[in-house]
Design a protein around this ligand. Sequence first.
Ligand SMILES: Nc1ncnc2c1ncn2[C@@H]1O[C@H](COP(=O)(O)OP(=O)(O)OP(=O)(O)O)[C@@H](O)[C@H]1O
Length: 424
Amino acid sequence: MVSQTYKIVIGVSVGIAIGILIGCGALIVIRLYKKRQFRSREPSSPTLPIRANGINTSIDSSASISVSDANPSKQIMAKRNGQWNVHQNKDLFASLSGIPRYSYKDIQKATQNFTTVLGQGSFGPVYKATMPAGELVAVKVLASDSNQGEKEFQTEVLLLSRLHHRNLVNLVGYCIDKSQRMLIYEFMTNGNLASLLYSDGPRFLSWEQRLHIAYDVSHGIEYLHEGAIPPVIHRDLKSANILLDKSMRAKVADFGLSKEETFDGRKSGLKGTYGYMDPDYMSTNKFTKKSDIYSFGVILFELITAINPQQGLMDYINLAVIGEDGKGDWEEIVDKKLVGRSNAEEVRLLADLAYKCLHKIPRKRPSITDLTQAIARIRQHHFTKNDTLPPSVSDAPGVLRRIENQQVELSNMTSLRSNLSLKV
Ligand SMILES: Nc1ncnc2c1ncn2[C@@H]1O[C@H](COP(=O)(O)OP(=O)(O)OP(=O)(O)O)[C@@H](O)[C@H]1O
């Protein structure tokens, strides 16, 4: 009797075990089948078109980013049937980005119903806001009819969720609420570098501040090119995209056009801002880290000269170089506000570096690491030598006169050129 009961127990146990095994097997088969079906629905090489930059000054054509189905954050960016599938992906998007998501009502409250405008970019207006914990932020509101902006929105959230550095503007939140798209950044009290360089007010950036800014920006780019995995190419470096915090420390902003280095730029249209774009990129359509270096060189010259690249900066540079057998006579183009307030040797060193960044052969341009180190040495020179009389102080009136003559010469050149082009 006992042995019969024993046999029944063993039989039942074996039966249950076999049942569980069959059940697990069936589950595994179903999951594998579903996974394969999901993959076969993914396009083999999905692409995401992204935008150009600037309102009047940008160059645009269609572009695309290649994404691999192995990376979930890239899956989100996959284009399906030509449309960003927001409703299907937004929760996955939220959980992957790791950045707090806010409702439209939250932002409406924080901006006091969108009252304080900080500025207007190609993405849409930017508002000042105070978050519930009291921190100041800037809210970029995407114009609702902007299809291109939608792509930049995704690029910015997905990239900035993995990029964190003291010299990159921090994304602290975002909003996807029905058709509303907003990006929330740490507030940069002193606005953008372009406004500080080109505004006419009595306030101007000192040479020391400009050296700090060059150093900070080089660190931000170094992180993108050498620290991020995979490396990131910014693709829209310009003084309007350099923001300054309350201590005048600089941070790189605006990642809407950025790409991972693995992206094949040849499939992309031209992107960027006139005056900052690498001529080699414009002719080959191939964007590399060295194209960012070109744009950084332009920013360094802006810091030295306070001349807008969209208003003849390259003409000034070429004129300064003609002066002395390929070597720049940089004293001639230095910002008038710096004459007598900067060290000529440091200006020359920084201008020589900037000029190397503009080399027409990209591989001959320095790497960002070389630049960061060289700028650090100029800063060090500044802090160790600033007790001596800056050479430019001794001949300030002479330098000012030469700058004025240079400007007259340049404006003659410009009017001659526009007369010629009118005739053509
Ligand atoms: N985090 C921020 N803190 C303070 N001001 C900001 C912040 N972000 C942007 N701004 C200001 O808002 C304005 C518009 O910025 P936005 O980045 O949208 O455009 P942009 O870079 O000037 O132009 P584009 O979009 O064409 O590149 C700028 O004047 C900028 O100074």
